[in-house]
Design a protein around this ligand. Structure first.
Ligand code: ADP
Length: 442
C-alpha cells in the first residue's frame, strides 16, 4: 500500500474510532464541568466562565468544526480544534486559578485525538506546551502541571500503542480474508478446469478409438486399390470402360484413401495423450499435420501456407501441433466464407517464427486484454470452451517461447509465435494435455 493510501485508511479508521467514542468523550467532559461548577459554587463569575467556555466549546465542536471540515483538510481542522481547546482550557484555568479538577481536561483531551493524521504527535506536543507555558506564567502549581502533563503524555502513548496494535491485527485479518477469497476463486477455477479436462480427455479417447477402428479397414482398402491399379496397368487390351477407371477413377480413389489414412494417423498420434518427452522433429512436417487436422474447420476459407526452411527443432511435436491447430481453428471460426487464413513459418537465427493470420472479425480491446484467461470465450456454448489460448500460452511458455497478437476489429487478426529452435530451459509438461484440439476438430 503506498503512503497516501495508507494515510487514507488510517484517517478513515481513526475518524470512525473517534466517532464511536464521541458520546463517552462528551459525557466525561460534562461530568468534569459539573464537578468544576460544584466546587466553585457561589463564585458566580468563575461559574459563568466555566459554563460559557463549556457551551462555547460544545457549539464550536458541533457546528463550527463541521463547517470547517467541509472547507479545509483534516490537518487544518485539527489544528484549529487544538488551538481553540488551548484557549478554552487556559481561560477556565486562569479563572479557577488552575484548580486540580481543571487539569483533568489536559490529559483527557489528549486521549481522544490520537492517530487522526501524521501531525498528531506534533499537535499534542504544541497543545501540552502551550497550556503549560500559559499555566506556569499565570501562577499554576508546577507540581500539578508536571503531574497532569505526565499523565497526558503517557496516557496518549499507551492509547496510541493500543490503537496501532489493533489496527495491525485488523489489517492482518483483512489480508487473510482477501487471501482466502483468492484461494477460493482459484479452487473454483481449478475445479471447472478439471471438469473441462475430463470432458476433453474422453473426447480425445473416443477420437483415438474411432481412428483406430477406421485405420484397419482403410489399410485393406488402400492396399487393395493400389494392387488392383498396379495389375490393371500391366494388363493388355482393356475395355474402354476399365481403361477410364485405370486412368482417372482409381488414381483419384487411391489419392482420397491415402488422404483419409494420413488424417486417421494424425488423429491417432495426436490424441494418444500421456507423457511426451522433448525430441528433435521436423517443424514444417508438424505444421502440415496441423493444417490437415484443422482442414475440416477451414473448409469455408482459402487456406494459404508459406512454410520457409526451418529444419529440425527440439520440443514436443504433439504440443506444437496442438498450438497450431488451436490458432488455425480460431482463425477459421472468426473468418467468413471466402476469407483467407494464412500460415507462415520461417527461421530467424536460432528461433522459429510462426504466423497465423486471418481476414476475420478481429477482436475488441476487451477480448484482446482477456484473450489468454482460462475460460474466457466470446463463442456460444458448445462452440467455445475458452481454454484453447490458455493451453497455447502454457505450451509456448514451457518451450521458452512467446506469443503476440495484433488484431483490428473488422479487419482480422495475426498471432505470432516465436520459439527457440533448441530451448535452453528444461521443458516442463504443464500445458494441460493435448486433447483440446482434438475436441475442436471432432
Ligand atoms: P475459445 O476458442 O474456446 O473461445 P480460446 O481461448 O481459443 O477459446 O479463445 C478465446 C477467445 O479469443 C475467443 O472466444 C475469441 O473471442 C478470441 N479469438 C481467438 N482467436 C481469434 C481470432 N483469430 N479472431 C478473433 N477472435 C479470436
Amino acid at each position: 500500500m503506498d503512503v497516501r493510501a495508507r494515510d487514507a485508511v488510517l484517517e478513515a479508521d481513526s475518524a470512525q474510532l473517534n466517532h464511536s467514542v464521541q458520546h463517552i468523550a462528551g459525557l466525561g467532559a460534562s461530568v468534569v464541568n459539573l464537578a468544576l461548577v460544584a466546587s466553585f459554587w457561589g463564585q458566580w463569575n468563575v461559574i459563568s466562565t466555566i459554563v460559557g467556555v463549556g457551551l462555547g466549546l460544545t457549539l464550536f465542536n458541533v457546528v463550527f468544526l463541521e463547517w470547517l471540515a467541509r472547507r479545509f483538510t483534516r490537518v487544518v481542522v485539527e489544528a484549529v480544534r487544538m488551538a481553540v481547546n488551548v484557549v478554552g482550557v487556559c481561560l477556565v484555568g486562569i479563572h479557577t486559578q488552575w484548580a486540580p479538577l481543571l487539569w483533568v481536561f489536559v490529559p483527557y483531551n489528549m486521549l481522544w485525538y490520537f492517530g487522526l493524521d501524521r501531525w498528531v504527535r506534533l499537535r499534542m506536543a504544541l497543545y501540552l506546551g502551550s497550556v503549560d507555558v500559559v499555566a506556569l506564567s499565570t501562577g499554576a502549581s508546577p507540581t500539578l502541571a508536571l503531574a497532569f502533563s505526565l499523565i497526558g503524555i503517557f496516557g496518549y502513548l499507551v492509547s496510541e500503542k493500543r490503537v496501532t496494535l489493533l489496527r495491525g491485527s485488523l489489517a492482518q485479518v483483512r489480508h487473510q480474508r482477501e487471501e482466502l477469497e483468492k484461494a477460493q476463486q482459484e479452487m473454483q477455477q481449478l475445479h471447472q478446469r478439471a471438469l473441462e479436462q475430463e470432458r476433453l480427455s474422453s473426447l480425445g479417447l473416443m477420437a483415438a478409438n474411432v481412428a483406430h477402428e477406421i485405420n484397419n479397414p482403410m489399410s485393406f482398402v488402400t492396399s487393395n486399390i493400389d494392387s488392383m491399379l498396379h495389375e490393371l496397368r500391366v494388363g493388355q487390351n482393356l475395355p474402354e470402360l476399365v481403361k477410364e477407371y485405370v486412368d482417372d477413377l482409381l488414381p483419384a480413389t487411391l489419392d482420397g484413401a491415402r488422404r483419409v489414412n494420413s488424417i486417421v494417423s494424425d488423429l491417432r498420434r495426436f490424441s494418444r495423450g500421456g507423457y511426451e518427452g522433448p525430441v528433435g522433429y521436423d517443424f514444417n512436417a508438424e505444421a502440415r499435420t496441423a493444417l490437415r487436422i484443422a482442414r475440416v474447420q477451414l473448409g469455408h476459407v482459402r487456406v494459404e501456407d508459406e512454410l520457409g526452411e526451418v529444419g529440425s527443432v527440439v520440443g514436443r511435436p504433439r504440443q506444437l501441433v496442438q498450438v497450431l491447430v488451436n490458432l488455425l481453428v480460431n482463425a477459421g471460426q472468426a473468418t467468413a466464407p471466402g476469407g483467407v487464413v494464412r500460415l507462415t513459418t520461417r527461421r530467424e537465427g536460432d528461433r522459429v517464427r510462426v504466423e497465423v493470420r486471418d481476414t476475420g472479425t478481429g477482436m475488441s480491446e476487451e477480448t484482446k486484454r482477456r484473450l489468454f484467461e482460462p475460460f474466457f470465450t466470446t463463442k456460444p456454448p458448445g462452440l467455445g470452451t475458452g481454454l484453447g489460448l490458455s493451453v497455447v500460452l502454457g505450451i509456448i511458455k514451457t518451450h521458452g517461447g512467446r506469443i503476440d497478437v495484433e488484431s483490428e476489429l473488422g479487419k482480422g487478426t495475426c498471432f505470432t509465435v516465436e520459439l527457440p529452435r533448441v530451448p535452453s530451459l528444461p521443458l516442463e509438461d504443464n500445458s494441460g494435455g493435448n486433447l483440446q484440439a482434438v475436441s475442436r476438430t471432432g
